[in-house]
Ligand binder design. Sequence first.
Ligand code: FA5
Length: 376
Amino acid sequence: MSAPNKSYDPVEVEALKPEEIERMRDEALAAFESAADLDALTHAKTAHTGPTSPLSLANREIGALPPQAKAEAGKRVGMARGAVNKALAARLAVLEAERDERVLVEEAVDVTLPYDRTPAGARHPLTTFMERVADVFVAMGYEVAEGPEAEAEWFNFDALNFVPDHPARQMQDTFFVQDADGAKSDESGVVLRTHTSPVQARALLERREPPVYVVCPGRVYRTDELDATHTPVFHQIELLAVDEGLTMADLKGTLDHMVQALFGAGMKTRLRPNYFPFTEPSAEMDMVCYVCRGESVGNPDRPCRTCGSEGWIELGGCGMVNPKVLVACGVDPQKYSGFAFGFGIERMLMFRHNVEDMRDMVEGDVRFTRPFGMEI
Ligand code: FA5
């Protein structure tokens, strides 16, 4: 600040003349009054009250006045600044009130409007698990193949070496959609497929020349009563590989890979002789119990509920594709061999997640599905 100047006359200082101070004040008041919104008022505030505003600069000049002139000039500038600040506060209050009123209208929420109360859904754990199993094989180069659920009896039974009066046709309790007797003599009857194995025959016929590597997930139907371990509508996943030189060793290696991919390292499978008309030899496949890993066998101190202390869990059926099936599907059994296996998704999901009753899976109660997560 400059030192007091004894010869200084405030009346002669342009910035401190009364009419100048009045003009500065009036310009500020007019600028505030004409500010249409808060942004404009902020600009006007900076221009008229900021450190480089005319009134602030005039205020600074007071310091350089002789003492006798200071009081008069100070009072004049002070009153002008007071009026400016008061006008600014008044305009600010008006504009803020206008803004609040507008926001209340523009952003109003009508709480009486109806809204969608349906929570976001998720796919059923059976579906996501079936896809997870199929992915294990897709990663090995298998293609996903599908077939119809209302299937020609020929594909479901005949092509798979179930002769017309074969007891296996009764073994697989079947929903008949159209009886073969009712169909024309050259037509097949129609059934709700009892297993995913007919997709084997379809895949071979569609692809004609091996190599054929397909995985077939899907829904199947049997006239079973709904109980803790059976449902009339369930899911299976089927695997078929037909190529030159395939053996039971390839089947076993593929099964072991599958259970390790799904249940963790160190898991293994075993085969027990069985009979299926479409595989020869056929086997029942078991997986080592992934909970006790066999340690509950003969060990009453460590009983296992998952495998009933047997050490093994039954997975499904498998075998080498019967040459008769290859012939029925136009594949040369002298040149090609194949393996196949199929198992139930519900049963696998049951022991993988300790589900005690299959009915929980099919009754659609979200209290069952929610713990599996919201995978869509
Ligand atoms: C078959 O369905 C054969 N197609 C499997 C196969 C494929 C064998 C390829 C050889 C080669 P099976 O009838 O055993 O096999 O049924 C397979 C699995 O389906 C059973 O292990 C079981 O897990 C499941 N399953 C059978 N019936 C039901 C049912 N009512 N409810 C739920 N799961 C069932």
